[in-house]
Design a protein around this ligand. Structure first.
Ligand code: PPE
Length: 307
């Protein structure tokens, strides 16, 4: 169960958690045409708090809406301010932030007509997405029987609610089969992403990740690429196959919720030593330093606030 807090921001004002409700004929509830974000706020090493890459997440949110031709009646700055206001109202010095824009009730039928575009911002405490042990020891992954979206079936650059039906199917299957997460292949059979994370593999000193073609342009992925390059690692953005993953020295998933989670096994094949590799651990440590404000080089990625 999600841990309830006091308020949810709803179309411009804070309302009590239990009163943030919609009509059952809300268009998005029927047809899945909504867009959302996942953002984290962290308690900093110096005692303050900050939202990690707030502006970039909100910008991606507006791009998602643009792709789906949804006109959000707020500016990006207003949504950024509203996110900080919601964290403050809920007295949260850290936690997860979920903006969602959706097509409200009005006309029914696929064509949404003039139905209002509504926006909520919810926040809640959320620990390690795949469990504390996963961050340390890594997870077991299964290649999904479900293929990731074709770029012209769903718009893969938009964080569209409906896109996640594919993720839910894959995640359920992976868990039912005793694994922790599903690996999705794209329509041509190459590795794409997980149900809610991007993927990296390591061979020797070279770090490889999938190009953005059919995957979400993850901000964690982007942060890892930037930090890894600054640390002197070579990063290659190139398609790879599942057997290249099987024989990688190291592999990891990354995302706002999952942070940096090592992969210790794929389809019964142990990855490297099966404990999360040296470079994965290095990048994970550096990522946590960055989000917790312990690396001044990335202070511009932190939007500080006080509770
Ligand atoms: N791919 C997918 C499909 C995805 O959902 C996410 C985030 C990513 C990549 C990584 O993107 P970023 O967070 O910008 O690094 N998944 C969000 C939702 C997870 C959920 O279960 O809900 C998240 O991590 O917040």
């Amino acid at each position: 169960m999600v841990q309830q807090v006091e308020s949810i921001w709803f179309d411009g004002k804070l309302v009590p958690w239990n009163e943030a409700q919609v009509h059952v004929l809300t268009h998005t509830l029927h047809y899945g045409c909504g867009v959302f974000e996942g953002i984290r706020a962290y308690k900093l090493a110096d005692g303050g708090s900050a939202v990690f890459r707030l502006k970039e997440h909100v910008h991606r949110h507006f791009n998602s809406a643009k792709i789906l031709e949804m006109q959000i009646p707020f500016t990006e700055d207003e949504i950024c301010d509203a996110i900080l206001e919601t964290l403050q109202a809920n007295k949260m010095d850290e936690g997860y932030i979920r903006p969602l824009s959706f097509i409200g009730a009005g006309a029914m039928g696929v064509f949404p007509g003039d139905n209002p575009i509504q926006t909520i911002i919810a926040t809640w405490p959320w620990g390690a997405y795949l469990g504390e042990e996963a961050l340390d020891k890594g997870i077991r992954v299964k290649t999904s029987s479900f293929t990731r979206h074709h770029v012209n079936v769903m718009m893969t650059k938009a964080k569209t609610s409906g896109n996640y039906v594919n993720s839910v199917l894959a995640k359920r299957e992976a868990l039912a089969d005793g694994y922790d997460e599903a690996l999705m292949l794209d329509t041509e059979g190459y590795v794409s992403e997980a149900t809610g994370e991007n993927i990296f593999i390591v061979r020797g000193d070279i770090i490889k990740t999938t190009p953005l073609t059919s995957v979400l342009d993850g901000l964690t992925r982007n942060s890892i690429i930037t930090v890894a390059k600054d640390l002197g690692y070579e990063i290659v953005e190139q398609r790879f196959t599942r057997d290249e993953l099987y024989s990688a020295d190291e592999a990891f998933f990354c995302g706002t919720a999952a942070e940096v989670t090592p992969i210790r096994e794929v389809d019964r094949r142990q990855i490297g030593a099966g404990t999360g590799g040296r470079i994965t651990k290095h990048l994970q440590t550096e990522y946590f330093k960055v989000v917790k404000g312990e690396n001044p080089n990335y202070a511009h990625w932190l939007d500080r606030y006080t509770v």
